[in-house]
Design a binder for this molecule. Structure first.
Ligand code: FES
Length: 161
């Protein structure tokens, strides 16, 4: 099960304060989203809704920006991010099987974070190392020719970091 997201009163107030400040300047949306990311560590739909209410920008537009820029995330990220590449070359070499094994091992789905806040699991797109497909990442490190055994070993080693 993933970690549950919650908006505390304190965080809400801090965000509203930031919104008020940024609304005084032109082009306030991006700075507001940066503030939201800093305050909540992510910008899920409930936070987008809040921002939409106070800025009159639609949730669809806000969501489009949040999902476009890699500096924003829709869900809280853990201490470490594990990624399994689902780009075509990795996929045809079995990365879905690896992803399923990692999901099982961690007990979470793609986009979720383990309860201890240690791992976030992401399905990633081609990271340019297709020559060693299937590929898995652990934070900035990239591992190639991964199979289920290697994936489990990567997770085991990562627990100690
Ligand atoms: S498709 Fe996985 S690294 Fe290119």
């Amino acid at each position: 099960m993933g970690k549950k997201f919650e908006i505390t009163d304190e965080n809400r107030e801090e965000l509203l304060k930031e919104i008020k400040i940024h609304l005084k300047s032109p082009g306030p949306l991006l700075p507001i989203l940066h503030s939201a990311q800093r305050i909540f560590k992510c910008i899920p739909i409930p936070v987008q809704k809040l921002i939409s209410e106070y800025t009159d920008v639609s949730i669809a537009e806000i969501n489009g920006i949040v999902t476009f820029y890699s500096s924003f995330s829709l869900y809280p990220k853990g201490k470490h991010v594990l990624g399994v590449c689902l780009g075509t070359p990795c996929y045809v070499r079995g990365s879905q099987i690896i992803l399923d094994a990692v999901k099982n091992e961690l007990g979470i789905n793609v986009g979720e974070t383990t309860k201890d806040g240690y791992f976030t699991l992401e399905a990633i797109r081609c990271i340019g190392t297709c020559g060693m497909a299937p590929v898995m990442s652990f934070d900035e490190e990239v591992y190639g020719e991964v199979d289920v055994t290697k994936a489990k070993r990567i997770i085991k080693n990562a627990r100690g970091k």
